[in-house]
Design a protein around this ligand. Structure first.
Ligand code: C2E
Ligand code: CA
Ligand code: CA
Length: 381
């Protein structure tokens, strides 16, 4: 090797050895210029020639096993060195299923290499661990969810949202439930996250709009339904068009629907602005859900055109436990007023919280104190 510069480029002369079979790898390379021969241990003959843009030596970095081939510069070459940590940190951060798949594939590939001794699958990739610990059971759950949607096991319950001034039911929040035939109810915290990893969230989301339509036809015309939406739904024009078509078919005024967006969904303000613009064009109002739980809530409020803010239940829970919370809420109320935003407090569990929130000037309340989420049938009856 001739030199290594700040960009982590290494230069080799023609004929120079880059690494040998059996070496313990600490880096991989991308070929910047020149050509490299890959030589098999068995034949001592080049089995491949790699040129600019090719990746080299990544295998052992991923599974921490010795190099299986030797690499030699065929011409003068310049290589970009990728440090082991640059690769392993990314692998560690990736979806556990993708990580397990890469490791299993690499193991299978090694078994096909000439001269490689058969090796057992590493313990952490054994059949029981793969399913239980590496998340392959997600596939099982995903299939079960798909079937549950088809069989109508995913239901929607509705929790009332009251005006605090006169304790009238102003509307309802739609919340999804997965009820298994054996009676087990799977929490949305578990299956919504799973649905969000695939397009299944579009199906779950559409069901909520269908049930919301049924409810809106039953309740008073000045009452609304608030629906939680996910990134994939807002990104999908076809989904939104289907929803608009559904609402028109049921003769539902779109202004009776609020969409709840959590701040963790927003990674890119421009994209979020486009979502909110589209929602407003349709006629939906938009609510910032779980307000006060993240770190960028205020920044988002300064940039995004919300209509409602839903104060997270954690702040309501702390209201009488910690004097600072009331001061913060007072500030939130003032800010909301100045910005012409309506405020909803969620997780209201007792009369004391209700009275304080009312005195502070919060517009709406939702929580066990007013009512738990209930089925559509029990609202109409
Ligand atoms: P969220 O939007 O913050 O919904 C409020 C959660 O608080 C609901 O939990 C509700 O049952 C619960 N809750 C209501 N009142 C009280 C109270 O007084 N005290 C306490 N401690 N909790 C109360 P749930 O139904 O388990 O939903 C969990 C989360 O799952 C929701 O949080 C929402 O983010 C998500 N979710 C539910 N359904 C859907 C859906 O159809 N689509 C999407 N994208 N997300 C959904
Ligand atoms: Ca919500
Ligand atoms: Ca919430």
């Amino acid at each position: 090797m001739q030199s290594q510069n700040a960009l982590n480029l290494q230069q080799f002369r023609a004929g120079e050895l880059i690494f040998s079979a059996g070496d313990i790898p600490d880096c991989a390379y991308i070929i910047e210029s020149g050509e490299i021969e890959i030589i098999s241990v068995e034949s001592d003959q080049p089995i491949n020639v790699l040129g600019p843009g090719n990746l080299l030596g990544e295998m052992g970095v991923v599974d921490s096993l010795p190099r299986t081939t030797t690499a030699k510069a065929r011409t003068a070459v310049s290589l970009l060195v990728i440090d082991r940590n640059q690769i392993t940190e990314r692998i560690a951060r990736t979806d556990p299923i993708v990580r397990a798949l890469v490791e299993v594939l690499l193991h299978r590939f090694r078994l096909l290499l000439p001269g490689e001794a058969p090796r057992e699958l590493p313990k952490h990739l054994g059949p029981d661990r793969l399913v239980s610990e590496l998340g392959l059971n997600k596939f099982k759950l995903e299939n079960a969810l798909r079937q549950a949607i088809e069989q109508g096991q995913v239901q929607t319950v509705f929790q009332p949202i009251h005006t605090l001034r006169d304790r009238r039911i102003a509307g309802y929040e739609a919340l999804s439930r997965w009820s298994r035939p054996d009676g087990e109810v799977i929490s949305p915290d578990e299956f919504i996250a799973l649905a969000e990893e695939t397009d299944l969230i579009l199906e779950v989301g559409y069901l909520s709009f269908q049930r919301a339509c049924e409810l809106l036809q039953q309740i008073q015309r000045d009452q609304f339904v608030s629906i939680n939406v996910s990134v994939r739904q807002l990104d999908c024009d076809e989904f939104l068009n289907r929803v608009v078509e559904l609402l028109h078919r049921h003769d539902i005024d779109t202004s009776r629907i609020k969409l709840e967006i959590t701040e963790t969904m927003i990674l890119d303000a421009q994209r979020a602005k486009a979502w909110i613009k589209r929602c407003h064009e349709i006629g939906f109002s938009v609510c910032a859900d779980d307000f006060g739980t993240g770190y960028s809530g205020l920044v988002q409020l300064s940039e995004l055109d919300y209509d409602f803010i839903k104060i997270d239940k954690k702040l309501i829970e702390n209201l009488h436990r910690n004097a600072r919370t009331a001061i913060i809420l007072k500030g939130v109320v003032e800010m909301a007023r100045a910005l012409n935003l309506k405020l909803v407090a969620e997780g209201v569990e007792n009369n004391r919280q209700l009275e304080t929130l009312k005195t502070l000037g919060v517009d709406y309340g939702q929580g066990f104190h007013f009512g738990r989420p209930v089925s559509l049938q029990s609202i109409s009856s």
